[in-house]
Unconditional design. Structure first.
Length: 412
């Protein structure tokens, strides 16, 4: 009996309102209403606190002014109590009253200055408290967005089983989270269907081609078969082999378009060395020298797919080379937190405007469709797709004198 998968945790209830309904409940706890109440309440509380502080400071200033008069009356005589209050010893009543008014006005100015200074300090303190409280409350209100962002980043790593499952009031953020969960569910079903299709297509397409190859090899190996039949069999074998390469390339291209989940430590130097060993015989036949130093550069990824990158680049470099005295240089190194694989070769001059076309499926230099025995036109497309699945990229540059320089960078 097949093991049963663990059930998914119970998801929070869906909103009780229909987001497509133009008439929504007015009292629904939307983010707009919550922010309005929050910041309106904060403003009201801050205003009450500031008004209370100013009232206390004003009362204290008035008390201090009443307790410290700028003059005093001693035995029927008015005497100043401060250095800035000057009263005439003699004069008319109007002169005396004017001097007293000046003293009282000066004392009021000093009280207002003191009140203003204390109010500014109180405002500064309240501003600091208000900003800190507002920052904390804004973080609390926006925390669901952070949860949505974290889930989206995890989904970007092909973890389509993740869900936000946001609980709380039926506001706009919950509506966004529920919509995002529904989208992830549809994407998971679509990717699962794609994986099943690739697996089924791999079996259904490989089986008849393998049968055809076996039958053709039997007829070709028959010594009593006519020469014309043997020649036809060899031609059909070459066509069948080309079809097998095309199927393998298409299936690998479909699989490598997704992020790699199962990652292991892979040394690019070892991967490049294996690709060199597999291409050595073909390079000897074509008279192409393979050289280059390969320093250790360990990345996290799928070793088979990374070997496919190096093999495809190396095969292209050998096949598209000069007739005599050609060479291919394969180097690996780690620099600036990245592992780098460089494959450069001699060959025909490649215009810069043709570079992008080389990475398109079934496109090769100066021809739209494949039509030779050098491949099916999927090598660079597969290499770029695998590099992207590992979070890296491939850059192609024309080499001075002819040929290309392929530079693959992968994060360590």
């Amino acid at each position: 009996m097949a093991p049963t998968s663990a059930p998914h945790p119970q998801a929070p209830p869906k909103p009780t309102w229909d987001p497509r309904d133009p008439v929504r409940p007015l009292l629904r706890p939307t983010i707009r209403i919550r922010l309005t109440l929050l910041y309106g309440g904060m403003f009201l509380i801050a205003g009450i606190l500031l008004l209370s502080i100013i009232y206390l400071f004003t009362a204290q200033a008035l008390t201090d002014s009443a307790a410290q008069l700028p003059f005093k009356i001693v035995k029927g005589e008015v005497q100043p109590t401060t250095s800035w209050c000057v009263l005439p010893d003699t004069g008319t009543g109007e002169q005396f009253n004017e001097a007293v008014s000046v003293c009282l006005g000066y004392q009021s100015d000093r009280a207002l200055d003191n009140l203003l200074r204390r109010s500014l300090f109180a405002l500064l303190g309240l501003s600091i408290v208000a900003f800190a409280f507002g920052y904390a409350m804004a973080g609390r209100v926006l925390s669901p967005l952070g949860r949505i962002t974290r889930t989206a980043r995890q989904v970007a790593g092909s973890d389509l089983a993740r869900r936000i499952e946001l609980d709380g009031p039926d506001d706009e953020l919950k509506e966004l989270a529920d919509t995002f969960d529904e989208m992830l569910e549809r994407l998971e079903r679509a990717f699962s269907a794609q994986h099943r299709f690739v697996a089924n297509a791999s079996h259904e397409l490989r089986t008849p081609l393998a049968i055809n190859r076996t039958l053709l090899e039997i007829h070709v190996s028959d010594p009593e078969a006519p020469l014309a039949l043997q020649q036809l069999g060899k031609t059909l074998l070459a066509t069948n082999e080309r079809s097998e390469q095309l199927v393998e390339g298409l299936l690998l291209l479909a699989r490598s378009d997704n992020q790699i989940i199962d990652r292991k430590a892979v040394d690019l130097a070892e991967v490049a060395s294996r690709a060199v060993d597999q291409t050595h015989a073909e390079a000897v036949v074509k008279g192409v020298e393979i050289r280059g130093e390969r320093a250790p550069a360990v990345v996290q990824g799928n070793g088979v797919l990374l070997e496919r990158i190096a093999l495809n680049l190396l095969q292209n470099a050998v096949r598209y080379n000069v007739p005599e005295g050609g060479w291919v240089e394969v180097t690996t190194e780690a620099e600036d937190g990245q592992a780098v694989l460089v494959v450069s070769n001699t060959g025909p001059v490649v215009p810069a405007y043709e570079i992008d076309n080389l990475f398109e499926p079934f496109r090769r230099l100066r021809q739209e469709r494949t039509g030779s025995d050098k491949g099916v036109g999927l090598g660079l497309s597969i290499a770029r797709s695998v590099a992207r699945a590992h979070g890296g990229r491939i850059i192609a540059e024309p080499r001075e004198g002819g040929g290309l320089v392929m530079r693959v960078t992968l994060p360590i």
